[in-house]
Design a protein around this ligand. Structure first.
Ligand SMILES: N[C@@H](CCC[C@H](N)C(=O)O)C(=O)O
Length: 270
């Protein structure tokens, strides 16, 4: 079985080319692929499959030839992955499955449109994030209030005064399971300058990661909200680099690097 390894700002993925939907991608295989000691190692898996062959997204096939079938490191399925969709687009272009320019990708959260050249950064239209209210999280015994934002997947983004560098995110932060029955991605952020924030994230299904694209959009939304703004461009610094989020009154865009770094093979039966 062939794989490609890619990342954006160190949020890393195993990419599995499966154009004809032949692969039975169960949670055990995903967990092995993502295992950093016994497997290949990644925060998640991106299966590359023809949209028309996947019943759950076949209605998007007229607009997007390829479906990003995203899985978290624990084997769970998620609706959307902002860094993943940019790495996915880079893979499609670099492998000749799509041309550079604007490129539609089917996801469980609907069609996303990426824009990229033959090299360089990838930008994606992430849609309008939905602010659903406020909620709170408990990290290292401290409670923080934040914004409940849906970016296709669920987020709780908290602007905090405590320095995020001092937080221990090795364990899952506490959250309100009535508000988030299917789990949540939790971002903690500090303002670090004019329209600039620094963010750490604990991802549902993957633990602390070095970046999260949907999390960066939720973060920009929370930072804008705290500043009394609804539009604008935000620099979001993460442990693995920097991404940019632009909010306008119709949609949001996420831009930043996306790179393919290795390829190889693993046995079909592991
Ligand atoms: N890292 C991703 C988000 C991946 C999915 C998330 N863990 C979830 O379960 O919703 C990103 O870049 O957006």
């Amino acid at each position: 079985m062939r794989f490609v390894k890619g990342h954006s700002t160190e949020n890393d993925f195993v990419i599995l080319p499966d154009a004809d939907a032949r692969l039975d991608l169960g949670p055990m295989l995903v967990r092995w692929l993502c295992d950093r000691r016994a497997g290949i190692g990644a925060d998640g898996v991106l299966r590359v499959v023809r949209t028309k062959l996947c019943a759950e997204v076949a209605d998007q096939a007229d607009e997007a030839e390829w479906f990003m079938d995203y899985r978290n490191a624990d084997g769970s399925v998620a609706e959307m992955c902002g860094n993943g969709v940019r790495v996915f687009a880079r893979y499609l272009v670099d492998s000749g499955l799509a041309g550079a320019g604007e490129l539609a990708v089917a996801t469980r959260a609907g069609v996303k449109r990426a824009r990229l050249g033959t090299t360089g950064d990838v930008s994606v239209d992430m849609g309008m994030p939905r602010v659903l209210g406020v909620s709170s999280t408990t990290v290292n015994g401290r409670e923080y209030q934040g914004l409940n934002v849906n970016v296709g997947n669920p987020h709780l983004a908290c602007v905090i005064d405590d320095p995020i560098a001092g937080l221990d995110l090795t364990r899952e932060p506490g959250y309100d399971r009535e508000v988030y029955p299917a789990g949540v991605n939790i971002e903690l952020l500090n303002r670090v300058g004019d329209h600039a924030v620094s963010m750490r994230v604990h991802e549902r299904g993957s633990g602390e990661t070095r970046s999260c694209g949907t999390g960066a959009v939720a973060t920009a939304m929370a930072a804008a909200h705290a500043a009394g703004e609804t539009t604008g461009t935000w620099t979001v610094r993460v442990l693995g680099g920097t991404v940019t989020v632009t909010l306008d009154d119709r949609t949001s865009h996420l831009a930043g690097p996306a790179a393919l770094v290795a390829s190889g093979e693993f046995p079909a039966v592991i």
